[in-house]
Design a protein around this ligand. Structure first.
Ligand code: PLP
Length: 369
């Protein structure tokens, strides 16, 4: 198999889906796949066996969910466009607005369809420290309506509220957030049909406290008589995939540097954007094992560095390295900067490998003119 390629393991994906299914069974909540994290639609039939549908950030993702998942289809967009909203209303059963302006603008259109409409609220309760770009409750945030801007008099026709404030967090932070939601918006919850807790719940991570999650969902559901939704992205495909790449060259400049056939900037952009250091099978932090290398991509960007790693044996040109947890925010974010080809997409079904898609020069050229 030609590297680089994303290898998605169906069994690992299913392991996550089973955990999510337990949450549904024990609470009656509904769980949607947030497609912005993972849009590998060839496995949507498998996901559809366990989850209730998809959520989208706009028309294209909504179309993908509509065409490939065939279940509930939700959408939240920071602002809809006049030339897209009609199609969105036709294919989405739940549409969430980011402001009362947008709701007023499109409510007549919504009335002509059976779409259930909601408002995204901003509980102004930051529970994450460190990366502000992932905090919708940060100062001057554009995500969701704050209590100050909430227009009670415009709620007629609104059937749900939506909040999304977490990122890779545990259920204690969800509870903190829910208490803020109740404190600020509690008096409106009783008139809603549904309440969407957003994504960012790291439900399938080893140390995630499932019991706390189940308890709070059941509490809210009973207290306000609402249908609770969760829409995780990461938790669906967490640790379910790898990026397999090969060493192209080894050079030296103050330390040993391996040039890989995969790029942080193109194939795992969150490594630079988040930023974080992806794990590699059979490696350790620098200087823990005998041989330490800096791993870099083949692009011209000086900062296209994946990280520093140590190994028991010296790396060899041609050798494969397997980057872990590469199903999420990878395929959906990759790009062909510097004329880099996109990694192939491969599915592992039991012991069989199936090439789902390969890319070539046309994929690079088609986006340019
Ligand atoms: C990004 C996003 C999600 C999914 O978040 P994860 O961190 O991948 O679980 C869900 N809902 C909304 C509104 C989002 O923006």
């Amino acid at each position: 198999m030609k590297t680089p390629y994303y290898l998605i393991d169906e069994q690992l994906l299913e392991k996550n889906l089973k955990i999510l299914y337990t949450v549904k069974e024990r609470t009656g909540c509904k769980i949607l796949l947030a497609q912005k994290c993972f849009s590998m639609f060839s496995v949507y039939p498998l996901i559809a066996e366990y989850l209730d549908g998809t959520t989208a950030s706009g028309l294209y993702e909504a179309k993908l969910g509509y065409e490939e998942m065939h279940k509930e289809n939700h959408v939240f967009s920071t602002a809809y466009r006049d030339d897209e909203i009609e199609e969105i209303m036709n294919i989405c059963d739940h549409v969430v607005f980011n402001s009362f302006n947008q709701w007023q603008k499109y409510q007549n259109l919504a009335k002509q369809t059976s779409t259930s409409c909601g408002i995204r609220i901003n509980p102004e309760c930051s529970t994450q420290i460190g990366h502000e770009i992932y905090d919708p409750c940060a100062k001057f945030s554009r995500m969701g309506v704050t209590l100050e801007n909430f227009k009670e008099e415009l709620l007629e026709g609104i059937e749900g509220l939506h909040f999304h404030t977490l990122c890779e967090q545990n259920s204690d932070d969800l509870i903190t957030t829910i208490r803020a939601v109740e404190e600020k918006f509690g008096k409106y919850l009783g008139q809603m049909k549904w309440l969407n807790f957003g994504g960012g719940h790291h439900i399938t991570r080893k140390d995630y406290d499932l019991e706390k999650l189940i308890k709070i969902i059941n509490e809210i559901k009973e207290k306000y008589q609402v249908q609770v939704y969760l829409e995780p992205g990461e938790a669906v495909a967490l640790n379910a995939g790898f990026l397999v790449s090969s060493v192209l060259d080894i050079i030296h400049n103050g330390m040993a540097i391996a040039i890989m056939d995969t790029s942080a900037a193109c194939h795992m952009p969150d490594v630079l954007e988040m930023p974080y250091r992806p794990e590699i099978i059979d490696s350790a932090l620098p200087n823990v094992k005998t041989y330490t290398y800096r791993l870099g991509g083949p692009t011209c960007l000086a900062g296209d560095i994946i990280g520093d790693y140590s190994f028991d044996q010296p790396l060899q040109v041609g050798q494969q390295l397997w980057f872990k947890d590469m199903a999420i925010y990878s395929m959906v974010k990759n790009n062909t900067f510097n004329g880099m080809n996109l990694p192939s997409i491969v599915l592992k079904q039991k012991e069989k490998l199936k090439i789902i898609k390969e890319f070539n020069y046309c994929d690079f050229k088609n986006r340019l003119s």
